[in-house]
Ligand binder design. Structure first.
Ligand code: HEC
Ligand code: HEC
Length: 266
């Protein structure tokens, strides 16, 4: 008669070994699998080369500019017309000719002054000249308002100056930037402000040197391309932000970059 205990004691050490090994091994496998899983999720998230990530990075980069732009627009002052400014400020001297001011509707008073050119007149009115105080003595007047008031006055007296329509912020920024960097280098502007999207063709932007993408756009004519680059443009392939999202970029720079891009696709 076999002793059941003997059989048990024979099997027990092996069974113990197996269960010990399995008991250690199973959680180890689980841990390795979890590590793999976490790694693969992480590497998916930091894949800088994927176009969606690059696009998100671009949008993140231009977001502050876009926001700033919106704030500026909402905070923009209302620019008055030349006639309104004249009647509010300049009338004090320029109607009566007080202090020797050239009078409204007086070709005799204005002839020689108009001959100096619009720009000189506007500069003299802004900065003051002899008994003419800077900005007619009202420092709150903007350059645009001054330019309009000068055109209004001079045009009653023989000139035909065209008062600027543009918002002064853009015009002033342009003057400041062009004074600092007179020559607009299209390639340099492209690299600094447009390459972000146009070098690789991100977000639907026509790629530099891609004749197929540029052909029909160039066919619209230079003025349309300038306009779309300056004012922004939403077409079939995506959204082109005004001035490439760089609100302080002067017109000349934007146009130079457009010329450079169009030239690369010919
Ligand atoms: C306090 C009086 C006074 C006020 C106010 C005034 N002006 Fe004058 N302005 C003068 C006098 C005086 C002259 C002539 C200066 C000279 O050539 O000696 C003059 C000359 C000018 C000239 C000609 C400058 C040139 O180069 O020949 C312009 C342009 C002008 N004013 C624009 C304006 C405008 C725009 C305003 C309103 C925003 C204004 N002025 C308000 C007194 C005034
Ligand atoms: C944030 C991305 C982005 C930046 C930065 C950018 N662009 Fe664009 N641009 C686009 C997209 C997208 C289009 C295509 C829009 C469409 O046709 O749907 C485009 C189109 C254009 C066009 C063609 C417009 C037309 O009428 O077909 C011109 C010109 C242009 N961009 C000029 C510029 C210049 C110049 C700069 C730099 C100052 C610039 N872009 C920067 C995204 C960008």
């Amino acid at each position: 008669m076999a002793d059941p205990h003997a059989k048990m004691t024979k099997a027990t050490p092996r069974e113990v070994m197996v269960s010990v090994v399995l008991g250690l091994f199973a959680p180890l496998v689980a841990i390795v699998l979890i590590v793999f899983l976490v790694n693969s999720i992480q590497s998916e998230q930091v894949d800088e080369d994927s176009p969606e990530i690059a696009e998100k990075a671009v949008l993140r980069n231009i977001a502050p500019v876009a926001k700033l732009d919106a704030q500026d627009a909402s905070a923009q002052r209302v620019e008055r017309s030349g006639e309104e400014i004249y009647n509010a400020v300049c009338v004090a001297c320029h109607t009566s000719g007080a202090l020797g001011a050239p009078k409204l509707n007086s070709k005799g008073d204005w002839g020689a002054r108009i001959a100096q050119g619009y720009e000189t007149l506007v500069n003299n009115a802004i900065n003051g000249i002899r008994a003419m105080p800077p900005r007619g003595g009202n420092p709150d007047l903007s350059d645009l308002e001054m330019a309009r008031a000068v055109a209004y006055m001079a045009n009653t007296s023989g000139a035909s100056f065209k008062a600027p329509e543009a918002a002064p912020a853009a015009a002033e920024a342009e003057a400041a930037t062009t004074a600092a960097a007179p020559a607009a280098d299209g390639k340099a502007v492209f690299q600094a402000s447009c390459a972000l999207c146009h070098a690789a063709g991100i977000a639907g932007a026509p790629k530099l040197g891609d004749k197929a993408a540029w052909g029909p756009r160039i066919a619209q004519g230079q003025d349309t391309l300038y306009k779309h680059a300056l004012e922004g443009f939403t077409g079939k392939s995506g959204m082109m932000p005004a001035r490439g999202g760089n609100a302080s970029l002067p017109d000349g720079d934007v146009k130079a970059a457009v010329d450079y891009m169009a030239g690369q696709a010919k």
